[in-house]
Ligand binder design. Structure first.
Ligand code: FAD
Length: 405
């Protein structure tokens, strides 16, 4: 039994252990992680790790020695299959039962799978874990042509890296634009142009019918119009499904994510949920439950729970932020654009350094900054301070964003 038991040893789970340690939590901490590896940074999986620029040692969240601290136990390669909130215990896949004083659910999500024929053929890959990427890299030598399904950040990053690795890349997006769930049209168009200029065959508005098979392996993608995209490898990046089954079965409110309040508390007593799997009302969002899939959200929620467990509760109210690297482009976003009514372009996309600023009722609610780190830093402040600004002044690059605060 542990005073605090953390399920999931990804960004949120690890950061919670780190923060409890920093805040001098005096109870025992157990961390259960389904993956066999030491906890690692996930973002490099579709960036520097896939490209071969960083090896596993360089993407560890904490050195191995951290996990040897007194009072801290990391249980790797083990999965929680059910939770008993009355007995305050979790059941493991190997039959063991482990008790808890407080439970933190930090399980992230599983890649959403295609449902069409051929979805599970060898040669079809998802992009979530180190094992996923290692499996992909193992097949790279025999791969000339790759089809990437899904034009979200992960699909676009994978396309950029695979292109850099000398592969022919076709990217297939069902919507009219890439990034349609998260970005304004000018940003989506910019990234589409960039990928095409680099030589990626990017196609939008195309529906996948099935994965083609040859000799028991994926050989390409058949589209709804009957055409076939030949490929030696198929990469599927169409989002995640949060890992919430055991906790929902135990009675926690939730479905697409476990519902949490501003202290990351679930509807079960002494049970918290953080990170990708936590559905919350963000103070910078609309009045709706959302899940955020970002390192920032996992880390800041981990801090919220650590503060609560050490008797210094503070509600979760950090400004959401995120980044994505594609080619030599660094995108940084701040705030939440959902519900915006206007957007303003600051700078010229043709210079490959610009920002797209989103306003709601005249107030800056979000920014997407491409190779514009200063805009990101000060723009994040504008979001935090809920600054009202004239669109003309936001668009005027001779005025620094910091002067609009
Ligand atoms: P995770 O880090 O996914 O950790 C959850 C862990 O829980 C997993 O290891 C899982 O195996 C384990 N688990 C699940 N169920 C159980 C169970 N029942 N028992 C035990 N263990 C369990 N975010 C950014 O901000 N910027 C980026 O550039 C960026 N790039 C990304 C690139 C890729 C390829 C991916 C996949 C994600 C990226 N993200 C990025 C998102 C970011 O990595 C996630 O938001 C973050 O990892 C969420 O942390 P988490 O702790 O909620 O979940």
């Amino acid at each position: 039994s542990y005073d605090t038991l953390i399920v999931g040893a990804g960004h949120g789970g690890t950061q919670l252990a780190v923060n409890l340690h920093k805040l001098k939590y005096d109870g025992t901490i157990g961390v259960i992680g389904a993956e066999p590896h030491l906890p690692y940074h996930r973002p490099p999986l579709s960036k520097d790790y896939l490209s071969g620029e960083k090896d596993f040692e360089r993407i560890l969240l904490r050195p191995e020695s951290f996990w040897e601290a007194e009072g801290l136990t990391l249980m790797r390669g083990r999965r929680v299959t059910s939770v008993d909130p009355t007995a305050k215990a979790v059941m493991m896949d190997d039959g063991e039962t482990i008790g808890y004083g407080s439970l933190a659910w930090a399980t992230g999500g599983m890649p959403r799978m295609l449902t069409c024929a051929g979805y599970d053929l060898p040669g079809v890959h998802t992009v979530r874990t180190l094992s996923d990427i290692n499996a992909m890299m193992d097949e790279m030598a025999g791969t000339k042509r790759v089809a990437v399904i899904g034009g979200g950040y992960i699909g676009l990053e994978a396309a950029a890296v695979l292109h850099k690795l000398g592969r022919d890349v076709v990217l297939l997006e069902a919507q009219r634009h890439v990034l349609s769930r998260v970005a304004g049209e000018p940003l989506a168009s910019f990234f589409e142009k960039e990928h095409r200029a680099h030589g990626v065959d990017l196609r939008t508005g195309v529906l996948v019918d099935c994965i083609e098979e040859r000799d028991g392996r994926a050989a390409g993608v058949r589209l709804a119009d009957g055409s076939i995209i030949e490929a030696d490898m198929v990469i599927v990046g169409i989002g995640i499904v949060p890992e919430v089954g055991p906790l929902v079965a135990a009675g926690a409110e939730g479905g697409n994510g476990i519902v949490v309040d501003e202290f990351c508390r679930t509807s079960l007593s002494d049970v918290y949920a953080i990170g990708d799997c936590a559905a919350h009302r963000n103070v910078y969002g609309e009045d709706a439950l959302i899940r955020l899939e970002s390192v920032q959200n996992a880390s800041d929620m981990a801090m919220t729970v650590a503060r609560g467990l050490t008797g210094k509760p503070q509600p979760y109210e950090a400004v959401p932020w995120f980044w994505s690297d594609q080619y030599d482009l660094k995108l940084q976003t701040a705030g939440l654009a959902t519900g915006h009514d206007t957007h303003v372009l600051r700078g010229d996309p043709a210079t490959r350094s610009f920002s797209l600023i989103y306003l709601k009722g005249g107030v800056v609610c979000a920014l997407d900054c491409v190779n514009a780190p200063k805009d990101f830093v000060f723009g994040r402040k504008l979001v935090e301070m809920r600054v009202s600004a004239e669109p003309e002044r936001l668009a005027d690059t001779s005025i620094e964003l910091k002067d609009l605060m």
